[in-house]
Design a protein around this ligand. Structure first.
Ligand code: ATP
Length: 199
């Protein structure tokens, strides 16, 4: 599956809107230290649903919104969109092109969109499950992740293999099903209490 483009506006060092087109082959981003190369990777992680501020190298989520410079006002909205070519139907959707968008307002409100239709974070995570793409997957590998995988910190090596072999999806569904079963058991017990009171 081919990444087509990344659009960033108001995210970290990108006050103005920038669009990066990923053509076939390898795309390399070069620039001096501190110019924002890693912020591009952070933007990809973020739009895929990353919730950990540590992974985004930020103390709190609000800090990912462009903070302004001496000559520029800070932004009130961070917005990132990532577009995929889905002509090979790797993503389980009928669309041949998929754009996911995440927005965060300084007020704390946030929004996810799928092909410009508002959706839940879960819709985005479900879409990318087992594709190797996704906030928790192995599509973005940083140096510190290699250390974690080698030392198998918190079972990270197992998680990597489970994602690659397609097991993660079933583990997640099992967890969700157990959650629903627990809720149903609680509802049943409430109904029994009510029936007892009526009798
Ligand atoms: P290095 O080569 O040192 O790893 P880099 O090119 O990867 O650097 P980044 O770490 O991506 O650079 O970017 C760091 C820059 O982003 C810093 O100048 C920092 O001030 C800026 N930055 C981070 N968050 C924000 C923000 N919310 N608003 C404005 N600028 C920000």
């Amino acid at each position: 599956m081919q990444l087509e483009k990344l659009e960033i506006k108001g995210f970290k060092s990108f006050g103005d809107k920038i669009t990066i087109h990923f053509n076939e082959g390898v795309t390399a981003i070069v620039g001096p230290n501190g110019c924002g190369k890693s912020n591009v990777v952070d933007a990809i992680r973020w739009v895929l649903g990353e919730q950990s501020t540590r992974m985004l190298r930020s103390e709190k989520m609000e800090n990912i919104i462009f903070n302004g410079t001496k000559t520029r006002k800070q932004a009130n909205l961070a917005e990132v969109s990532l577009t995929f070519d889905n002509t090979k139907n790797i993503l389980p959707t009928a669309f041949s092109q998929v754009t996911i968008t995440r927005k965060l307002y300084r007020t704390g409100e946030s929004e996810y969109r799928l092909n410009d239709v508002q959706c839940r974070l879960k819709d985005i995570t479900d879409l990318f499950l087992d594709t190797g793409i996704g906030a928790d997957s192995y599509s973005i590998i940083e140096l510190k992740m290699i250390d974690e995988i080698i030392s198998n910190k918190e079972g990270s090596r197992r998680n990597l293999f489970e994602e690659a072999s397609g097991i993660s999806k079933y583990k997640l569904r099992k967890k969700q099903t157990f959650g629903r079963l627990k809720d149903t058991e609680a509802d049943l017990s409430r109904v029994e209490d009510l029936l007892f009171e009526i009798d």
